[in-house]
Design a protein around this ligand. Sequence first.
Ligand code: SF4
Length: 159
Amino acid sequence: MSDHEDTLQEGYFTSTVRAAVNWGRKYSLFQYPFVTACCGMEYMSVNSGHFDISRFGAEVPRFSPRQSDLLWVVGTINHKNAPTLKRVYEQMCDPKWVISFGVCASSGGFYDNYAAVPGIDHIIPVDVYIPGCPPRPEQIMDGLMLLMDKVQKGPLMIR
Ligand code: SF4
């Protein structure tokens, strides 16, 4: 739906408030890094000064899910730590978003075995999938910008 159609459907006041609130949301993402494996190296890299993720307002990690609204799932998830991931997601307040970082988190990657979860979307909803083993920092920032676009176009009230 275009911005113009949004405005007609919601009304001018509501669509303007929604755009302003979502603009604030997309530039103040508080990330919770759920890091389990080697993709963590690229996660640390993209959080370094060289790539300057703070220009997106997403540089501050929170190590409490209750203070976070963006869950980065970084690395392989196995059946043993899957309940912990689900619990962390459930403890985050709405609105909240999930980025699946790398092929292991997205599909199990080459760990096609009894221990690995074949994609975190078997456990929790995912907003953006970032491919790669590991993904390059440029891919990660591209995934982050995709999420920011989704946040901007999202609803005002999240149930
Ligand atoms: S996608 Fe590759 S780099 Fe990332 S956790 Fe899996 S094996 Fe490691």
